[in-house]
Design a protein around this ligand. Structure first.
Ligand SMILES: [Zn+2]
Length: 479
């Protein structure tokens, strides 16, 4: 390795040495974010935002295909409105940022900077839903929200983040529950098919569910260090908000009925998952289907006559087929190789005078580092196929990691041993008592991640108390 290359890689701490530092290094070196002026805020830079936009576009397309409309609700919520649903406000109170002054004048009522918008939608629906003809209401908004977190990390936990929040109102429980499940499926599909992140699907326990919801469905993913990350949630509210906000409609029989509601969200936290599931000691690994640039052309010996022209011809040829870019700056090829590996660009295309002579290019894949020589005449066929192979391979790697680090524990000794020796998901039976769940958290800092839809019976008794077990739960330490 040349001196320059070595220095470059040394900018990233090895993940085996210090995973948290590795994460911070990658986020900065790959130019995803910078820190904002207020502690815990972030500037999402062009490359980071381009990745988020691709995730957003995929989600948005599916929301629209399933009949949802985008709207934009205000950033501010009066305190009295937030107080209307008791569980909800209790859940959010510790993280709410308050506006107390407008200019120099004290406000008569404090205004909350939205941590989420259930109450605003509740108030709106109360005014705008009158009869069964007004239902369903299928709204989504792309917005920023503020949660005053004590400890922060880019993407994973920040004072302000970007997300989408869907808010729907339905005539029946059945319809609302179908919606809740449908939106979770969309999140799972985006995670698995686009972000190449395998997920566990399930229901949150009462303790971990969203404040004010009847129940919360979740997709959970596993990071490289064995910690879990909640990657998307979908909540069924029942008629709780409808009762609190008086959202009623006249049914076909002329009776007043409360609506059934849902809400669901995916945020820029998923960027954290993308980094921590696929990244390695050379930086990011971005799945081709979500990568802003799928292939980067790096001309070699570009000062030689004809090389740059050929490289641009190649770009023009490929750009209808894949998202391709070219770096024709006067930086050295070795620098460029490192730079685009760091940024996780799935495939690098090298082209120098020899390749031009032989009518070929060199394709180098980011995930394995494997090189192949491809005749120019076969490139249109080979490059998209290679991108698919990379997509599949990184998904399979993540799935293997998830499976290999999932342990079954029948008692707390096994539970603790698994956390120490092979961090990942732990499958263990639970009696359903929240005190067992709390004690597990106190003793191990692992939390219940979900009650999986696909239940297994791995033992008869609760992993903590030994009483009769009710269901299987996935546990893990989590972000
Ligand atoms: Zn128990």
């Amino acid at each position: 390795m040349s001196k320059n290359n070595k220095q470059f890689v040394e900018k990233i701490t090895a993940m085996e040495d210090d995973f948290a530092q590795w994460y911070t290094d990658v986020v900065k070196q790959a130019e995803l974010v910078d820190y904002g002026a207020v502690r815990g805020t972030m500037i999402i830079k062009p490359y980071g935002f381009a990745i988020w936009e691709n995730i957003r576009d995929q989600l948005d397309r599916r929301f629209k295909e399933t009949g949802h409309s985008n709207v934009s609700f205000p950033l501010f919520i009066p305190e009295s409105m937030l107080q209307k649903e008791k569980d909800h406000i209790e859940g959010f109170a510790p993280e709410v940022a308050w506006v107390t002054k407008g200019g120099e004048e004290e406000l008569e009522e404090r205004i909350c900077v939205r941590p989420t918008s259930e109450v605003l939608f509740g108030e709106y629906y109360a005014k705008n839903i009158h009869s069964y003809r007004d239902l369903p209401k299928l709204f989504n908004q792309w917005s920023n929200v503020v949660r005053w977190e004590k400890t922060t990390r880019p993407f994973l936990r920040s004072l302000e983040f970007l997300w989408q929040e869907g808010h729907t109102a339905h005539a029946t429980q059945e319809e609302a529950e179908e919606e809740t499940a449908q939106m979770l499926d969309i999140y799972a599909e985006i995670c698995e098919d686009y972000l190449a992140i395998p997920v566990l699907r399930g229901k949150k326990t009462e303790k971990e569910k969203f404040a004010g919801a009847e129940y919360t469905l979740t997709v959970e993913s596993l990071m490289h260090d064995g910690k879990a990350l909640q990657s998307g949630t979908s909540h069924y509210f029942g008629t709780g908000f409808a009762e609190a906000f008086d959202i009623r409609y006249l049914n076909k029989d002329g009776e007043q009925q409360p609506v059934h509601q849902t809400s669901w969200g995916m945020s820029t936290r998923i960027m954290g998952a993308l980094i921590m599931v696929h990244g390695d000691n050379r930086g990011l690994v971005i799945p081709p289907r979500i990568a802003p640039t799928q292939a980067m052309i790096v001309p070699v010996a570009q000062h030689k006559e004809g090389v740059l022209d050929k490289a641009y011809d190649l770009r023009d040829r490929l750009q209808h087929l894949v998202r391709v870019d070219i770096d024709s700056s006067d930086k050295k090829p070795g620098w460029k190789f490192n730079e685009y590996e760091m940024k996780g660009i799935p495939v690098r295309i090298e082209m120098g005078p020899k390749d031009i002579e032989n009518e070929q290019v060199v394709l180098v894949r980011r995930d394995t580092g494997d090189k192949e020589f491809v005749p120019l005449s076969e490139l249109e066929e080979r490059l998209p196929a290679l991108l698919e192979e990379v997509q599949q391979n990184i998904y399979n790697q993540a799935l293997t990691h998830l499976n290999e680090t999932t342990t079954t524990a029948k008692n707390m000794d096994e539970f603790k041993q698994a956390l120490d020796e092979k961090p990942g998901f732990i499958q263990a039976m639970w009696c359903g008592d929240h005190t067992c769940e709390e004690k597990i958290k106190d003793e191990t800092s692992a939390t219940s991640r979900c009650i999986p839809f696909e239940q297994q019976h791995v033992s008869d008794s609760c992993v903590y108390c030994g009483r009769e077990a009710k269901e299987l739960v996935y546990w893990a330490r989590a972000y």
